[in-house]
Design a protein around this ligand. Structure first.
Ligand code: BGP
Length: 468
């Protein structure tokens, strides 16, 4: 029996403006926090942009977008997830009127996608808060951020709403507890940040997200707005019930964000956490009403799973949030443990919990690649990436057979981009190799890797080729 994905399933790739566009000060763009984060989240920000920051030039999509989108079309993409750089549209973030040149850039990107019949999926805010908002307001700690974000979101819906149907409000919104600057634009260093301020920032982001959903539906009821979270299945390290309880607590910390997005109110367990911490949030009646604007779908990134244990355990690396290592799983060169079955687990968990359509908007393997020449053609023999892709898609298809409503799949970084956590280019995810190195050298030329052909087959056969 040939097994395919549902008809109309959306296939593509995902990127974020700050990791691939470059053009960090082009056409009136203001600085974003990323322009002063040359080492990602592994070192504090700098005062000014510095030459060692690979994101300033990225992979120069700003100038090469037409050629890159043509390559995505060659892969067979039917969807492309990208983010809009907030500081291209509102350079400082708190202006009254947008920067027309910034808006025009995304018009051109959308023209190109339309030309190739590729559906856009837009992230409104992907780890790129305007620097001015971070420095002057301490990011989302300040309630005024809600208004700035609403103005920005409305501008996007009104400008692009007739061409962009699918929207995500915040990338990995549940990462703010772990990475306050990256995810919440909070300038105060994490070690000095009061927990009450951090949770207040969470609240402001959740209200802003729900408000954006309301505005989108006002502009056009046909628009589909989703939340976007890190999906991280957590397993008990042992059958000890205390380990299971730890898992429940860790799950709650992660799932609270999507619970609010889907149910429109804070779950009891979250309110208890606040009580236990002695935190009283400033939540207005208006806020409560706004939160009632729930999402149309739930999207997530999935890279890995973790363990929890009540009695400690070896702590490993992870996507933003680390945890106890699973002794049964292999790991990537960056220590992220590889767990395809975990994808089927979260898909089922999310579907059972919310009964909302799901969208896998990030999944991928960061690895060191070697560019080689075969029959005069430069390529990368990335069988490890093909294996990762294959194994995860097989599990996604299992989940669909389990009854999960899954709208689509966008591989993270279909073209090599700068890493979010470490700001390296050598941590490559792409099907398309970009000749740029960690020291900034390279021609920026693009080359198709072996996985390019593999993924294009998967897309062309709507998943049937996974069994070949
Ligand atoms: C997610 C982010 C992305 C992305 C990806 C891979 O957390 O949403 O922006 O980069 O992870 O992570 P990294 O680049 O750190 O390898």
């Amino acid at each position: 029996m040939t097994r395919t994905f549902p008809e109309g399933f959306l296939w593509g790739g995902a990127v974020a403006a700050n990791q691939y566009e470059g053009g960090y000060d082009a056409d009136g763009k203001g600085l974003s926090i990323q322009d002063v984060m040359p080492k990602g989240i592994i070192a504090p920000p700098t005062d000014e942009p510095t030459a060692d920051n690979l994101k300033l030039e990225g992979i120069d999509f700003y100038h090469r977008y037409a050629d890159d989108i043509a390559l995505f079309a060659e892969l067979g993409f039917t969807v492309f997830r990208f983010s809009i750089a907030w500081s291209r549209i509102f350079p400082n973030g708190d202006e009254e009127t947008p920067n027309e040149a910034g808006l025009a850039f995304y018009d051109r990107v959308l023209d190109e996608l339309e030309k190739h019949g590729i559906e856009p999926l837009v992230t409104i805010s992907h780890y790129e808060t305007p620097l001015h908002l971070a420095r002057t307001y301490d990011g989302w700690v300040d309630r005024r951020m809600i208004g700035f974000y609403e103005r920005y979101a409305r501008t996007l819906f009104e400008r692009y709403g007739d061409r962009v149907k699918y929207w995500l409000t915040f990338n990995e919104i549940n990462s703010v507890l772990h990475a306050p600057l990256l995810s919440g634009g909070i300038w105060t260093p994490k070690a000095q940040l009061a927990e009450s301020d951090l949770y207040q920032a969470v609240h402001h982001e959740l209200v802003a997200s729900a408000s954006a959903t309301r505005i989108a539906h006002e502009v056009d009821p046909e628009l589909k707005v989703g939340c976007m979270v890190i999906a991280m299945p957590i397993y008990p390290l042992t059958p000890d019930p205390r380990d299971v309880l730890k898992v429940l607590e860790a799950d709650h910390a992660n799932l609270a964000f999507s619970d609010v997005h889907v149910r429109g109110e804070y779950p009891g367990y979250f309110l208890r956490t606040l009580r236990d911490k002695g935190i009283e949030l400033d939540i207005t009646d208006d806020d409560r009403e706004v939160l009632g604007n729930t999402v149309d779908f739930v999207s997530f990134s999935y890279y890995m799973s973790l363990c929890e244990s009540a009695s400690g355990g070896e702590v490993g690396e992870g996507n933003i949030m680390g945890g106890v290592r699973n002794p049964t799983l292999p790991e990537s060169e960056w220590g992220w443990q590889i767990d395809p079955i975990g994808l089927r687990v979260v898909l089922n968990q999310f579907w059972d919990r919310w009964h909302k359509p799901l969208f896998i908007v990030e999944n991928g393997l960061g690895a060191r690649d070697e560019l080689v020449e075969i029959d005069g053609v430069k390529t990368v023999e990335d069988d490890y990436r093909i294996a990762y892709l294959h194994d995860h898609l097989v599990q996604a298809r299992e989940a669909v057979d389990d009854g999960v409503e899954l709208w689509g799949y966008t591989w993270w970084g279909p073209i090599d981009v700068v890493s979010a956590s470490t700001a390296q280019l050598s941590k490559r995810y792409g099907f398309i190799y970009v000749d740029r190195n960690d020291d900034g050298s390279g021609t920026l030329d693009r080359y198709r890797k072996k996985s390019f052909g593999y993924y294009s087959q998967v897309i062309a056969t709507n998943g049937a080729s996974l069994d070949a």
